[in-house]
Design a protein around this ligand. Structure first.
Ligand code: FUL
Length: 457
């Protein structure tokens, strides 16, 4: 062991919790925005909507789940209550819910139908419960509203099986009395931790961080070890270009493991609007978002809004399947399975061959103090390569600062890619090249790089 006396050593002490690890490994999951807005053609309801208008006569959550699965998504988060306060489940604490709607004559429970469909389809289920409630009469009255909110949380956390995520929106506007509420976040968190300790508390919560935009944009360097506040009190905004750079971390008040989630919609709006039927995003746009987010150390939360009938639109369903097909086809044939991997450095214990399997049980590592390494992948013959996947063993934190990818051509090596962070997963895409030798060089790492997987496609 070589002792290191720089702060990089502090950064790599920050590692994911088990719940963060399971969510990260889900990679790609769905958002479903559905409420009275679907019937009023709005994005934000004001809380005065009558439950009478809510009647999705053909509602079929199995249709949602099948479509979501066809895209390769592994979970679904439903808006159990949006800012309008209307509850998709028959909450005992308000009259503003499905129980006073014509849907199933007031006997419906859409949270239940959705949770059951997810279970049946083998995907995970999560909920969005808007803290901002424009209907609740006690909103803005401090503890009275926190009580109401915690009661609703409790109903959702105890009645619908395991939840992988509780998604907290940060929006905080005025309620029906023109008052704003100061949310008692710590209290909300402790209700979740005690009732569903395995659920991640996302966005306005400690476990998963908003990437900072709703367009599907991603950062060049996405770190999971980040700081949200500097020791001088400066707050780092979610959309800041770097939250995890050495520059920021060295002045941090506190270091956090908080992976980024990219949330965006398949259409311009979060809710269904008929006039957006022709504006379902293209396969090119969506697959690009997928490769940049899931392949850029982030998870992807893609919203698909059901229509008034309670069904996903034809175009949306078609696009999800196309997206899934594209992803599956991209990773169908691993071209480096029979390749020979060598490295110019190794700690002698965690050998380079270990990167062939995609698992955290074994990995490759250099000695402490060796922050660069060149890995050579020799294929049995020339093959057409268009992508490299690199994964760090994030159980041991995130370490790699920069890397390059080159391949052998007739006249020597050719640069294919220059990258910065790797983290959970980097999908490096480049113009297809025919070669039998690929060289991946870690050009800087915070401490000895620990790589769990490398594959060429
Ligand atoms: C925002 C909300 O105001 C939008 O309506 C939507 O739910 C989005 C995911 O979060 O803050």
């Amino acid at each position: 062991m070589y002792p290191l006396y720089n702060t990089d050593l502090e950064y790599i002490k920050i590692t994911p919790s088990e719940r963060q690890m399971s969510l990260q490994q889900m990679e790609f999951y769905a958002f479903v925005h559905f409420t009275v807005n679907t019937f009023t053609d709005k994005e934000w309801g004001d809380g005065t909507e009558s439950p009478e208008i809510f009647n999705p006569v053909c509602l079929d959550c199995n249709q949602w789940v099948e479509a979501v699965k066809s895209a390769g998504m592994t979970g679904l988060i439903l808006t159990a209550k949006h800012h309008d306060g209307f509850c998709l489940w028959p909450s005992a604490y308000t009259e503003h819910s499905v129980k006073n709607s014509p849907y199933k004559n007031g006997h419906g429970d859409i949270v239940k139908e959705c949770a059951e469909a997810c279970k049946k389809g083998g995907i995970k289920f999560g909920i969005y419960l808007s803290p901002w409630d424009r209907n609740c009469p006690v909103y803005g009255q401090g503890k009275a509203y926190d009580d109401y909110y915690c009661n609703q949380l409790t109903e959702l956390l105890t009645g619908y099986g395991d939840l992988f995520c509780v998604w907290f929106d940060g929006a905080c506007g005025e309620g029906p009395n023109g008052k704003k509420q100061e949310y008692d976040w710590e209290r909300y968190y402790s209700v979740i931790r005690s009732l569903q300790p395995r659920a991640c508390i996302s966005i306005s919560g400690p476990d998963i961080r908003w990437c900072g935009n709703e367009a599907g944009d991603t950062r060049k360097s996405e770190w999971s070890v980040i700081a949200r506040k500097l020791s001088d009190g400066t707050v780092i905004e979610e959309n800041a270009e770097t939250l995890g750079s050495r520059e920021i971390l060295k002045n941090a008040e506190k270091l956090l493991w908080q992976p980024a989630e990219v949330d965006t919609s398949i259409r311009p709006g979060w809710f269904y609007h008929k006039n957006e039927d022709t504006r379902v995003r293209s396969l090119k746009t969506l697959s690009d978002i997928y490769f940049r987010s899931v392949g850029g150390n982030s998870t992807l939360l893609l919203n698909i809004p059901p229509d008034k009938n309670g069904l996903l639109g034809k175009e949306d369903v078609k696009r999800l399947k196309q997206l899934g097909d594209t992803i599956r086809k991209s990773f169908e044939t691993c071209l480096s399975e029979d390749a020979v991997f060598t490295a110019d450095k190794c700690d002698g214990e965690n050998l380079i061959e270990n990167v062939k399997t995609d698992s955290y049980d074994t990995y490759f590592r250099t000695n402490d103090g060796e922050n660069t390494v060149t890995i050579t992948i020799t294929l049995p013959e020339k093959r057409k390569i268009r992508m490299a996947v690199i994964k760090e063993n994030i159980l041991l934190s995130q370490r790699i600062e920069s890397f390059t990818i080159d391949c052998a051509k007739e006249k020597g090596f050719k640069r294919l890619f220059e990258g910065t962070t790797v983290g959970y997963k980097k999908i490096a895409r480049f113009r297809p090249v025919i070669t039998d030798t690929v060289r991946i060089t870690i050009t800087d790492s915070r401490i000895a790089p620990v790589i769990s997987h490398i594959a060429l496609y």
